[in-house]
Design a protein around this ligand. Sequence first.
Ligand code: SRM
Ligand code: SF4
Length: 560
Amino acid sequence: MSGIEGVKAASRGLRGDIATELADATTPQVTEATYGLLKFHGTYEQHDRDTATALKQAGQEKDWQFMVRVRIPAGRLTAAQYLALDDLADRHGNGTLRITTRQTIQFHGIAKRDLRETIAAVDATLLTTFATCGDVARNVMATAAPVKDGVHAMLEESARMLSAALLPRTRAHHAIFVAGEDDGTEGEEEPLYGATYLPRKFKIGLAHPADNSIDVLANDLGLIAEVTGEAITGWIVCVGGGHGMTHNKPRTYPRLATPVGRVDHADLLAAVEAVIRLSRDFGDRSDRKRARLKYVIDDMGLDWVKDRLAERFGRRMDEPPALPTLAIPDHLGWHAQGDGRWWLGLPVPSGRIADLGQVKLRAALRPVIARFGLSPILTPQQDILLADVAEADRGAVERSLRSLGVEFAEDRSPLARWALACPALPTCGLALAEAERVREPMIGAIEAALARHGLLDERISVRITGCPNGCARPYAGDIGIVGRMPGHYALHVGGDFEGTRLSYMLHDKVKEAAVADALAPLFAAFAALRYSNEGFGDFCHRLGRDALLALPGPTKLAAD
Ligand code: SRM
Ligand code: SF4
């Protein structure tokens, strides 16, 4: 068993020594066991990696700090919740809110002494940080589009229902972070999770076939709605998705979820619990690198999985139909909701809501959301939708945002609009290279390469991560740029925009400044040889790695 299994078992329902350690003002850090348990409560201990070396040389402590993540099913916030979170970013955080690729908000830079108060303040908004990290079912994703029809209402409602139903039963979170003390109990029973919770994180996403913006097949459990008229009548159950892998360790790999069944809408929760129990019972608890459900599926085979699922569901699920065609609509810009109101989708580079130079996005969002009573929705593309804008207010909303330099979708190229980048340095302890901080120059260089071939208006997705864990889902989409070592990236191509095919690695260890050069010959070939309406990822898939490598182009891309 890996070390954290013992910590979980002895934790009295995720209490451990958290309360005592948070109350200890003599150190800015926590112990390893408490670090592991705190994740379940929604926070990671980190340090500022930019200053670490200088502080060490000066014989000083690292700048220890915490990241806090909020659980926001389907990315839905009320105006009041958004404003409360915005306030916290100044009160205890680093002055930014960061929209994540799973439709949540993260705060960075929180000191240990402020951790309890920060988490309590989030919980006071009727959101929670509980079960956003750790070995449990995380934030439940669903399409962000606030279309006012029966199907979208059911998607949102299902995400909220699952999110609430899958929260662990322990009262530890409330006791420690809201009431402010360990209640001393031995721990409550966890009917779904059991005493040691899951072997690993567990991710759930709900998609409409016409809107796979959540990348449904990247989830441990992806559910695709079966739509009949104005209602969702059933779900295709797809299991075993995930992106995490380790460079040079082929026993770890990204995988798309596989359809294993179909259930009626009324059985949604029972089906989800059955899949969670499958992961709970068979995930590898000795090796956290191979503990995700995807490895159980591949190691044991689909027939075995269906049998084990039937035992946990109470009967066999219906055989799944062929996967429907999945599409990804553009949620940015102005869209009619269908109830006389509008939503405005704004691009947020890397999801970082901040005031940067002339672009004062954070300062602009606050008054607009408050004055017009807008409902913010966070998207899996790290963007924000401002919903419920009255027709008469559209001009005023736009003017107010523009006055503080906010960029609209039409101000950015399609490439920039669809690009994702994970936080990486300086906060992520696992980052091997930069991501968020090189997003703009990298996108700029790729835009220039596209422009040379008349491709600037192409809808191409680029996903940049600082390491192979895949937090910006780099192995789906058209182009994946994956941190390999400082200043160097593995370049992946050949996935598809719709998230239904994984990419392959074209080049390893490409220098940061050479990423656009490595793509340039591909763009030239794409412009000359593509089929009409063929996407860039589809083109790279059709030609294949060998043909792409044979294209004339720069030869010196990689590190020495
Ligand atoms: Fe992630 C770990 C950030 C979505 C796969 N992820 C981390 C940590 C907590 C680093 C750590 O363990 O010390 C990162 C915190 C960095 C920081 O400074 O904030 C981190 N992951 C993120 C976010 C914020 C990226 C973003 O750009 O928005 C996303 C938060 C989602 C949320 O709100 O819940 C985020 N992470 C993802 C996704 C995408 C998804 O789920 O759709 C993936 C790929 C899918 C998957 O799970 O396989 C992902 N994160 C990982 C992994 C690899 C897991 C694996 O099975 O190997 C790790 C490393 C780990 O768990 O050991 C990781
Ligand atoms: Fe950190 Fe790697 Fe995730 Fe980026 S992909 S946030 S570097 S763990």
